[in-house]
Design a protein around this ligand. Structure first.
Ligand code: NAD
Ligand code: UDP
Length: 325
């Protein structure tokens, strides 16, 4: 078989946000699993360098486009993965209207493609839909504690709306949908200055800057390495479940404990305490019993191992940015 004949029989996946931090790892994984991949991205927070190494692959295509505008795809499509959306608080607060539109219009546009192609549709939701949770750890049947008007609402409420749209297409048109709620995920492709805490602390330690702790540092998060998340995405896609799955690492740490781990890796550094941003959740930990029992999924990569890999990636990014062209 020639490569073009071969590509005719490969299933095709459309990944919105494919040039983003998580999206690029998904593109790699689906190509490795024998899919054709169409990544659609407007590069508002993603980077061309995340997928540049894939452009020579005949089974990979990048389309620079904004998914808030309706889009069509020629030929058969087996799955649409909707990952487009700013995800860092710094990014979505800088782009509030765009974030709302990407999660609203963008979700409908992706769902329409899935409906037309009779394809699966997987929506990337977030632990933020639980807001500042009153139940701990968070199970999928917890409805959340979310401000509809605060600065984070442009993301939290937009993702809640996106979940509702996804369920409505499943119930109304029978689209074969999936919803995953991603808890803080990190890895080497994150942008050094995206404001998320792991990149912030690792870059600060590399550049000899003080750690910026918001609040007293006793708030908690549970950090999942990107490869574990990608395994979970694939398992959810192949499952038959329309109801949401939490995907995250259940090991909960305070922000001060995270600093300890970073210091063990890169050495001691001063700490500057800054005001806690409005509506910053105080605790966050996924209950992943559902993913464990239905999918046999759980994270395998420890925070310490993941930090080592992420540090190497950030070091390379900073070195590339500093080197003369
Ligand atoms: P990211 O910012 O690196 O990736 C998002 C990608 O979407 C970027 O490449 C961006 O350019 C693209 N995009 C945004 N708006 C678009 C639009 N209108 N049209 C086309 N492309 C657009 O963020 P990420 O961390 O990779 O997050 C990916 C997805 O996972 C997001 O939907 C996010 O909400 C979700 N998520 C991520 C985390 C996490 O911890 N990383 C946690 C919860 C949910
Ligand atoms: N945080 C911090 N210093 C930073 C960046 C973030 O103390 O430089 C805190 C932030 O207030 C939050 C936690 O780390 O309590 C996780 O923040 P991040 O932006 O990574 O993710 P999210 O708030 O969306 O969980």
């Amino acid at each position: 078989m020639t490569p073009s004949q071969l590509s005719l029989v490969l299933p095709r996946v459309v990944i919105t946000g494919g040039a983003g931090f998580v999206g690029a790892s998904l593109c790699e994984r689906f190509l490795a699993d024998g899919w054709q991949v169409l990544a659609i991205d407007n590069l508002c927070t993603g980077r061309h360098s995340n997928i540049a190494h894939l452009l020579d692959n005949p089974n990979f295509e990048l389309r620079i486009a904004d998914v808030t505008e309706p889009f069509s795809v020629a030929g058969p499509v087996a799955a649409v993965l909707h990952f487009a959306s700013p995800a860092s608080p710094l990014d979505y607060m800088a782009m509030p209207i765009q974030t709302l539109k990407t999660c609203a219009h963008g979700t409908f546009n992706g769902l329409e493609v899935a409906r037309e192609k009779n394809a699966k549709f997987l929506m990337a939701s977030t632990s933020e839909i639980y807001g500042d949770p009153l139940e701990h750890p968070q199970r999928e049947d917890y409805w959340g504690n979310v401000s509809s008007t605060g600065p984070r609402s442009v993301y939290d409420e937009a993702k809640r709306y996106s979940e509702a749209a996804t369920m409505a297409y499943q119930r109304t048109y029978g689209v074969d949908t999936r919803i995953i709620r991603i808890f803080n995920t990190y890895g080497p492709r994150m942008k050094p200055r995206d404001g998320r805490v792991i990149t912030a602390f690792l870059v600060q330690s590399l550049l000899g800057e003080p750690f910026t702790v918001f609040g007293d540092g006793r708030q908690t998060r549970s950090f999942c390495y990107v490869d574990d998340l990608v395994d979970g995405v694939v398992k959810v896609l192949h499952s038959g479940d329309h109801l949401p799955y939490n995907l995250g690492n259940p090991v909960e740490v305070t922000i001060l404990e995270l600093i300890d781990q970073v210091q063990q890796l890169v050495g001691p550094q001063q700490v500057t305490f800054l005001p806690l941003p409005q509506d910053d959740p105080t605790r966050r930990q996924p209950d992943i019993s559902r993913a464990r029992s239905h999918l046999g999924w759980e994270p395998k990569i420890s925070l310490q191992k993941g930090l080592v890999r992420t540090l190497a990636g950030l070091r390379a990014t900073l070195a590339a940015a500093a080197s003369p062209r």
